[in-house]
Design a protein around this ligand. Structure first.
Ligand code: FES
Ligand code: FES
Length: 156
């Protein structure tokens, strides 16, 4: 076992891992980050997406030891006090049905909006292209992301 430490949702956390432990398993099972979903297990669906140093990664294909000394953000860290504009927009647009894809979608869209606060529809599609949804047909998800800029302007 090896001790690793990282910043998880703004707090310093340490844990012991085996060299072959996957990041998704350590975050979910050892550290209680159950927003992260596990589906394909091979980097194809995006359900396990977290932000590692601000960049979206598939936590099912990353070893936990690779996160040593890094900064990780999950949905739990987005909404400690109140929902983000993106999360509110997902709710208002009915952007989930079973909800399984939503945490990964939210993290990918969060990364996109950090880099590009006013994306075009094509840019949203591109930004979410690694996240699969079996239920919604994607339209309400894309609309929710496109609506965030307008919400933030309306709040000002
Ligand atoms: S579970 Fe990680 S990409 Fe599908
Ligand atoms: S809402 Fe069910 S997979 Fe997206």
């Amino acid at each position: 076992m090896k001790k690793i430490s990282f910043i998880l949702n703004g707090e310093k956390r340490s844990t012991y891992v085996e060299p072959n432990n996957l990041l998704v398993d350590v975050l979910r099972e050892k550290l209680g980050m159950h927003s992260i979903k596990y589906a394909c297990g091979r980097g194809d669906c995006g359900a396990c997406t977290v932000l590692l140093n601000g960049k979206g990664v598939r936590s099912c294909i990353i070893l936990a030891i690779e996160a040593d000394g890094q900064e990780i953000l999950t949905v739990e860290g987005l909404s400690k006090d109140k929902l983000t504009s993106l999360q509110e927009s997902f709710i208002d647009h009915g952007s989930f049905q079973c909800g399984f894809c939503a945490p990964g979608m939210i993290m990918s869209a969060t990364e996109l909006l950090e880099k590009n606060p006013n994306p075009t529809e094509e840019e949203v599609k591109e930004g979410l292209s690694g996240n699969l949804c079996r239920c919604t047909g994607y339209t309400p998800i894309i609309k929710a992301v496109l609506d965030v800029e307008k919400r933030d302007v309306d709040k000002k």
